[in-house]
Structures are given as structure tokens and as C-alpha cells.
Design a binder for this molecule. Sequence first.
Ligand code: G6P
Length: 612
Amino acid sequence: MCGIVGYTGPRQAYPVIIKGLKRLEYRGYDSSGVALWRNHKIDLYKKKGKVADLEEIMIGKDVSSNLGIGHTRWATHGEPSDRNAHPHLSASGRFAMIHNGIIENYAQIKNELVKKGYNFLSDTDTEVLLNFVEDIQKNNNCSLEEALRIALKRVSGAYCILLIDSEDPETIIAARKGSPLVIGIGKGEHFLASDASPFIEYTKEVVYVNDYELAIVKPDELILKNLGNEKITPYVQKLDMELAAIEKGGYDHFMLKEIFEQPSTIYDCLRGRLDAAAGMIRMSGISENIDKLINAPRIIIIACGTSWHAGLVAEYIIEELCRIPVEVEYASEFRYRNPIVHPGDVIIAISQSGETADTLVALEKAKENGAFIFGVVNAVGSSIARISHAGAYTHAGPEIGVASTKAFTGQLAVLMMMALKIAQEKNTISKERYQMLLNELADVPEKVDAILKNATLIKDIAETYKDAKDFLFLGRGYSFPVALEGALKLKEISYIHAEGYPAAEMKHGPIALVDAKLPVVFIATSDSYHEKIVSNMQEIKARKGRIISIITDGDSVTPTLSNHHFTIPPANELIAPILNVIPLQLLAYYIGVLRGVDVDKPRNLAKSVTVE
Ligand code: G6P
């Protein structure tokens, strides 16, 4: 969702901001803009479409400036258009603002301002907030910082704001509640952004701004304050991220690069934690809280999207191995109903970005009720990682493609290790089974590599089915969430309607869709459900559906029922989801590309959903 970049220092701000906005494109957006301080006024440029469209209108313009802010907007209030794009200028033209988030009570504030004679040039809540700040500043004849502080006490909602003043050539004022903000500290310069990717080549020293904090940022000074105007000492952290991690590295798309990175990202996730030879799993977040985990009356998993699918796999695995009841909740539902959470309940929060607004608020709610929060997060230092009591990073590295791939397999690997560790401590797993699963888990990177070596077979399947109107994905047991994930991936990046279903439940509805045109993907690797799913395949075949099956190497029966099949190396059924999802990621990718979709930035989707 919206991305923000700001720069103050001796460099030319415009190229820093434009490059930064391009790095944030992955978040999803529909317009972009930049405001530059020049000769005691603010020059504003904004354009619907891509950052490249913005660059086009900038050709020939004098953009020399050492202070600027830029924005990629994902429309919430008002259609995607030039006039709704950020930055916005205040009524007098003195201040410019960019904003990520939603001001929920903007309509009420707008009414008050309209009564005072303010006109609005856009439909955005941001312009309302900006004029509200200007109105306070004028009426109280106070500093911009003070006016912003007063305004923020009145607004409800989420925000990350950057503000500049035409009368101040070097200061950016920033504030955050609910939407991410990280400040890069250079030598005599500062960078501000939604995540660190825009400034990774300039500095690795960062400060993550917390909710209800305000930052006053000049080239050689960073002051952090709370809304009560008290100074806070900035906590400077060192980033462990390289530029190469956010570049395509020779692949056509980030998504393909991220799919192919999985042998190494899964390995990185297991490294230092899983020691199969010694029969050990080392996870400090688990060991330090083992009593809470083994005595948990139940576990609630909270997540959205692909992370929610990882949660469903974890439900099956944790219940099987640890014998602890598990519920898996959509964060957006959990936060608004009246869920029963007891002190002692363990919440596992799963999130790639660590910034998903619904997940964040759901966790705050559970925390207030005394639950213990364990975060399974990919983005280091993100909001969810920070509000968790303990956690385990997935170590998949920055994920840029909107459709999550390597983060999902990283989540599965972490969740599997957690389940094994808890089961061992709780004595709910035999020594033999524990060791067998450790060995199997250690083999995963190699098996993923073997699957990826056959990627062209999936490309051929994609060619055959690229024009389908609908798809059905079916699986049972541990493969059911994988079917959901396969359908989600395809929908996201090919715009083909796809449904994931438990294979047996298919008889209660989706079977009505089956005809000779419908491709049905079966996740049918060898497991304890295999015979059952073979019967489900027969049911589809009898109705002339076109079957694509994901099967275990060596299975000679299932191919006879399938129009196409793809083989996976043999694996235990608890481990198989990590492998089975790989061909489904590839299938979605190749179909998306063949249909001409911008697979890294599919329409309407955002990588990091920072509004509810
Ligand atoms: C968005 C992304 C998905 C992701 C979901 C949850 O919809 O496009 O890929 O699964 O948010 O995000 P999180 O960062 O919390 O895992």
C-alpha cells in the first residue's frame, strides 16, 4: 500500500526520492507524486499511473532541491487520479503533506473546515488533515510541529505522515500511528521511508519510529518526541540487508526470483536452528517461553492472506504433534467480534510484512486480554515483530513480488520447527518420529531444488490451461491449505477465477462447475488420505473435468487418471506442504506471464496492507 519517501541533506532530493519510490512500487499503488522545496516555495508534481509516468512529466523541469517528499498512493478516499495523488498542498500553499493510512473522522473535520471557508481540491482525507493542521497553526500562531501534535490528538485512524514547510528549507516533520516509518541516518543527511529499501545503499543505520511518535528531521539532527512533547532517545539499529536482496538478479520478475530462491531461503530459515544430526532444534523464542507454550490451553493463530494459509497448515501440524487445540482466525474478523481470549492463551501471529493493519490491531486486542503473543514474521524490526512477546523470524529476506512465495515456505518451516520443539518438550511425540521429521525437514531445501529443476514442465502445463476461465484446486488433510494457497496465487496474478476446496467437500457445491472445460488441480501426493483423494479424482474424471495432479514420484496409478501430472520427491505428509506448493506457485506465475499480467504488481493488490 501507500509508500512514502523523504530526504533532507546535501544530495539532490529528487533522484533519491524517485529511486526510492520505485523500490516501494512492490507495495501496490495507482498514482505517485513528489514535493520539492525550492526557493521558499514547494513545487508539486503528481501523476496517476506508475512512477515512470511521473518521471515523464518531470522531463525538462528544474528539480534541483535538497529537501523533498514523495509518495505512491493506493486509493482509499477518492479514485486514483492526478488530483487525488499525494503530496497535497495546504490551502495557503505553505505546507505539503504525504500520508499512508486512513483518517477515519475526516468527514467531521472537513465539515468544520468547510464552514470556515476552506475549499478542497481533492477527495482525500489527507488534504483534510493538512488543512486542519494549517488552520491550527494559523489560529494559534504556533510552530508546524505544535500544530501537527494538536491535530493528531483529534484524529482517529492510522497514519504515517511527512510534512514540509515552504518557510523551512531543511526540515521534514514525520508522525506515525499504525503505518510504518523508518528513518535512515546518514552523515549530515536523513532518509525517511515506509521500509528501508529506498535508502539501503546510503546507510544501514536506522531508527524505527513507533506509534504516537513525532520526528523532527533535519540534515544533521533527528529529534523524536511523543505526542506529549517529551523527547525520546532514538534507538539506532543496524540493518542486515544488502542491495542485491531487493534487485531482480537476472530474473524477469521478482516473483520468479523469489520462487527460485526458496532452496536457500528455507535453508537460511533452518540454519542455526535445526541440527538433525544432533537431534536438536534451537529456537530461543521457544526455549525461553517453553512453560507458557507447553501449558497453553489453546493456541489461536491470527493472520491474513497467504499467512493465514500457513496458519491452517500449522493448525493441522500442531494439533497432530503437540495435542494442543488450535484455532486459526482471519485478523480482520477476530478484531471486530468479541472473541474469547484468556490469560494463558498463546497467540501465534503470522505475517510476512509485519505491518498488516488488521493483524496488528487484532494482536493488540489479544494482548490487552492477557494472551502471550508469538510472532512468526519475515520483516525484521516490523511492527508485529515489535509488539510480540517472543518470536521467530522466517529469514526469507525481502519479498518484493506482491504474491507471497518464499515467505510462505519460510513460515511453514518455522511453524514446523516450533511444533516439533513444543511436542518434544511436551512429550507428545516419540523419539523416532521426532528424529524422522527432523531428518525430513533438513532434506527440504534439496527437494525444493529438485522440484525447481523441472519448472519447464509446469510451463508446458501453463501453456495448455492459460485460457481457462475458472480453476478448482482440491486437497485433503495437510494438502487442503495448499489447495487454498494454489487458488489464491492463481487469482492474484492471472486474474482467473479459482477456488480452493477440501477435495471431499467439493461434492457439496463446486462439483456443479465441473465440465470438460474446467481444469481441476489435485494435490494428491502420497499420504494417509491418498486413496480418498484418488476417489475424488475419479468423481471429477467421470464428469469430464481436466485433471492436473501433483503426485509423489513413483506413483504409477494417479497419472492414469490425470490429463497432466507433476511429480514431487517422496516426503512425509507433514512436510509435504512446503514442497507441494512450489509447482502451484510456478503454475500461477507462468499463467500470469502468458496472460500478460504484471505479475509483480497485479492490479488492485498491495504487498503490505496497512489499512483495514
Ligand atoms: C497482502 C499480500 C499477501 C499477504 C497478505 C498478508 O494481501 O498481498 O501476499 O499474504 O497481505 O500479509 P502479511 O504481510 O501480514 O503476511
